[in-house]
Design a protein around this ligand. Structure first.
Ligand code: GLP
Length: 273
């Protein structure tokens, strides 16, 4: 696992965006062989999306041949609700880039047959040849997408009942009212994420410090589903200093020394200046 420690949220977002942009450029995607990007929602990726939009506007990258699959969506929330993940993605990202509408995939939490919707999602991912790079955030309880504690580490796209913890964490988007937060979601599985060629998780702020410790230092556990990243051959965590609060000094120092030696931090921070 690679761990990149940036000074703050701004640098985390810039580093992650430049890394993704470079991956897309390297892949040199075509309509026949598109680049397939897995997309998260939440506050963590907002800065990354802003930078990707800027790079698109500057002509550094194009999304013409990029196909996206979102991680998750609430069940039963109208797609036009401002807090649906459909709204989030179009408002914060897709409306501002040159992506083709037909290349965007987001689970339909209002589908008449939710199980069929999940199975179809997996089929569509397989049809394009799998996901090249899955980006993600992490919940304070270490969940990835909506794979709550206790989720199978080989799970596929399915319906998930949200924990009280997640409902409470997400009620900030619903006027602070837990009763307004949907109780279920459709989500890609941990196995779906792990099948990607590469997985990059963003983790910032003190509220994520415990989750980061579990993801990096503790064992692989279904109680901290993001810890499955330890089993991935190309897993990257991009975090900020505040999220490192609970890491052992030796762990922290190792990753700081490593990134200094390899020059990887500054390299990506300044890549497209
Ligand atoms: C939700 C999403 C996750 C996200 C998490 C953290 O539960 N389903 O994909 O990682 O929230 O969100 P935030 O980035 O806002 O802290």
């Amino acid at each position: 696992m690679r761990v990149i420690i940036t000074k703050d949220y701004t640098d985390m977002s810039l580093w992650a965006a430049n890394y993704v942009a470079q991956r897309i450029i390297d892949a040199n995607p075509t309509p026949e062989r598109p680049f397939v990007l897995g997309c998260p929602t939440g506050s963590s990726p907002k800065g990354l999306y802003r930078h990707l939009i800027e790079l698109n506007k500057k002509g550094v990258i194009s999304f013409q041949n990029v196909v996206t699959f979102n991680m998750d969506e609430y069940v039963g929330l109208d797609v036009n609700h401002p807090e649906s993940y459909h709204s989030f993605m179009w408002t914060n990202f897709f409306n501002h880039i040159d992506i083709k509408k037909e290349n965007v995939h987001i689970l339909d939490g209002n589908a008449p047959d939710l199980l069929a919707e999940c199975a179809h999602y997996e089929e569509m991912i397989a049809q394009v040849g799998g996901i090249d790079l899955f980006m993600g955030g992490i919940g304070p309880d270490g969940h990835i997408a909506f794979n709550e504690p206790g989720s199978s580490l080989s799970s596929r796209t399915r319906i998930k009942t949200l924990t009280t913890n997640t409902i409470q964490a997400n009620c900030r988007f619903f006027d602070g009212d837990v009763t307004k937060v949907p109780k279920q979601a459709l989500t890609v599985g941990v196995g779906t994420v792990m099948d990607a060629q590469e997985v990059m998780i963003m983790c910032n702020g003190p509220a994520k410090a415990r989750a980061l410790r579990h993801m990096i230092e503790e064992g692989v556990s279904h109680m901290w589903t993001a810890s499955m990243l330890q089993m991935h051959r190309h897993g990257i965590v991009v975090c900020d200093e505040e999220a490192c609060e609970e890491l052992k000094i030796s762990t922290y120092n190792y990753f700081k020394d490593k990134q200094q030696l390899e020059g990887v931090l500054n390299d990506y921070l300044h890549r497209f200046e």
